[in-house]
Design a protein around this ligand. Structure first.
Ligand code: DAH
Length: 347
């Protein structure tokens, strides 16, 4: 046996090097060195094919022995270095109490929240109550009570996510189901009619997502029930809404629109508040489709426990996400729920 392959002889200098490694990186480099091909273990292994047959087994054992010893020494030193690092950290050395702290990041309100708060201020100042309803809704309220029976074609336009095998629980496709819930509540608690309410909230549709369609977006429902409520009242309320949002009078036009829960139903378009004709936002039509609305259908009043012979009302379904996009010039609805700080920090 050549002495250069004697584990005891090889281990000595290697252990010295390991013990004098001053940090983790140095130790890691050393480990690669010592256990690698050209290290002492590798050298023994490489020599095996050149040895006479009867010596090979012993050489193999020596290589293993040396490897184990080196690993152990490395492990011991690693432990020492870690303990020393912890000790140094705990001693507080290098801590400078005069350095300024890392700046505190200040959060901000989401653009949808900003617009909802403005609208709530505006509507509560006009005597409206702000209501809320469940996002996981019964088929009954989302469709049936709104005059949309099973197999009604209007259901195709509002495909949703069904939450139970029977199809009775759905993610609400609009805030309109809260119309009926509101009526039931008002009647049950003897708070009216008459009454006025708005319902801002999240709604869901099973649809292909693109720059102008999201599976989750925001609407704000409005409902007014009283004596002799007319289309004139509806128009007045909508003009006030737009003035509140855009800070000045906005010209509007009504087109007939079909929604099973209103009769007559309208699409209320607003003159694009950003241009006198032709721009990125309104795509040159200068009219923006913004506010579907109408006079509450007698069947819906009945579903809510209110006598349509005595009371009438109007309702509207403001596309809140749409309005937020308009107000801040956002060109892709997907930004709103992206949670992307690069977007959110702009508000
Ligand atoms: N719920 C309808 C939708 O999401 C919008 C709507 C239309 C709401 C007319 C209303 C209304 O209150 O009167 O498509």
């Amino acid at each position: 046996m050549t002495s250069s392959h004697d584990p005891a002889v090889l281990l000595g200098p290697a252990s010295d090097r390991i013990r004098s490694a001053q940090d983790r990186e140095a130790l890691q480099a050393l480990e690669r060195d010592l256990l690698g091909k050209s290290g002492p273990v590798g050298q023994i292994l490489a020599s095996i094919p050149t040895l006479p047959g009867e010596e090979r087994r012993a050489a193999g054992q020596r290589a293993n022995e040396l490897k184990r010893a080196l690993e152990e020494a490395l492990q011991v030193r690693r432990g020492e270095l870690e303990a020393a690092a912890l000790e140094a950290e705990r001693s507080g050395a290098g801590f400078d109490p005069t350095l300024p702290p890392a700046p505190l990041e200040r959060g901000g309100l989401h653009p949808v929240t900003l617009v909802v708060r403005d609208l709530e201020d505006l509507f509560t100042s006009m005597g409206y109550t702000v209501l809320d309803g469940p996002e996981v809704e019964l088929d009954h309220y989302n469709f049936e009570a709104l005059n949309i029976p099973k197999d009604h074609p209007a259901r195709d336009a509002q495909d949703t996510f069904y939450c139970d095998p029977e199809g009775q629980l759905v993610l609400r496709t609009h805030t309109s189901p809260v119309q009926v819930r509101a009526m039931e509540h008002i009647v049950r608690e003897k708070l009216g009619p008459p009454f006025r309410a708005i319902v801002p909230g999240k709604v869901f549709r099973n649809e292909a997502v693109d720059a102008s369609h999201e599976h989750t977006f925001h609407q704000m429902e409005g409902l007014v029930v009283g004596k002799d409520v007319s289309v004139g009242h509806l128009i007045g309320a909508m003009k006030t809404l737009l003035r509140g949002v855009f800070g000045r009078d906005i010209e509007i036009r009504l087109r007939p629109g079909y929604f099973p829960f209103v009769e007559p139903g309208f699409e209320l378009d607003a003159r694009c508040p950003f241009c006198a004709g032709g721009c990125r936002v309104c795509k040159q039509s200068t009219w923006i489709e913004l506010l579907p609305c109408g006079m509450v259908h007698p069947n819906v009043l009945k579903a809510g426990g209110i006598d349509p012979e005595q009371w009438s009302g109007f309702a509207f379904g403001l596309g809140l996400s749409r309005l937020v996009m308009l107000r801040y010039g956002i060109d892709d609805v997907r930004h709103l729920l992206s949670g992307d700080l690069r977007f959110l920090e702009q508000f």
